[in-house]
Write a protein that binds this ligand. Structure first.
Ligand SMILES: Cc1cc2nc3c(=O)[nH]c(=O)nc-3n(C[C@H](O)[C@H](O)[C@H](O)COP(=O)(O)O)c2cc1C
Length: 204
């Protein structure tokens, strides 16, 4: 399939839409190799990946639930239990963090964005192998105890929990129209919709 068509049809599979087996080591290596070509300001390679294998997922969820209940502030305990239970059905979890070099001329934000770009590459590399994948954030990842749980240092900022497994079924999702998102700059704060212009009026 042409690369762009492949990108156009990529879609996430939520945990309840995936099952075992989790990706094997060969597949995982192919996925993580794609991280290495994420855009990277300053060649810092700010990518830190922690895999939770299937047999450890229940343990991870239990410890995360405990930590979240202890430190979670105002969030409803029933919601915490529901969310962590849901993750318990994941065939595999990858915790993606930005490994921040600081102080550095490259901003923390750029390093976090590079880790986010790495996440997209993970989703694409999974899809290329027909592996189910979804990117979750959880408020829990902000908690020091949860970061400690994943062996993260203060310089390692979690950006995603990516769940990987086998698709239960194939799904093609309708995607949005580009028109509402694209503008052409016409000088000091002035924008016009890009595709409403006459073909000859814009430079792209
Ligand atoms: C930074 C980020 C965090 C996300 N966190 C969650 C999440 O916690 N729970 C969730 O259901 N979807 C979350 N999503 C959305 C899903 O990963 C997915 O993109 C969405 O369900 C749409 O599916 P699609 O990728 O097939 O368009 C997140 C996406 C991003 C980019």
């Amino acid at each position: 399939m042409p690369v762009l068509d492949f990108i156009y049809q990529r879609s996430s599979c939520h945990v309840h839409e995936m099952c075992l087996p989790a990706p094997n080591n060969v597949q995982l290596k192919r996925i993580f190799q794609a991280v290495m070509s994420a855009p990277d300001h300053g060649n810092l390679r700010p990518w830190h990946l922690v895999v939770v294998a299937n047999e450890q997922v229940p343990n991870m969820c239990e410890l995360m639930c405990e930590a979240w209940l202890e430190e979670g502030g105002d969030i409803d305990p029933a919601k915490i239990r529901r969310l962590t239970n849901y993750l318990g059905d994941a065939p595999m979890v990858v915790v993606v963090s930005a490994n921040i070099t600081s102080p550095h001329a490259v901003s923390r934000r750029d390093q976090v964005l590079s880790a986010a770009a790495a996440c997209q590459n993970i989703l694409l590399a999974a899809e290329e192998q027909d592996i189910a994948a979804v990117w979750y954030s959880t408020d829990a990842a902000e908690l020091p105890r949860v970061q400690q749980l994943f062996g993260l240092t203060q310089q390692q900022e979690p950006v995603a929990f990516i769940m990987l497994g086998t698709k239960k079924s194939e799904r093609i999702k309708p995607r949005g129209e580009i028109d509402k998102h694209c503008y052409q700059w016409q000088g000091d704060g002035e924008l016009v919709p890009l595709f409403a212009l006459e073909e000859n009026d814009h430079a792209v």
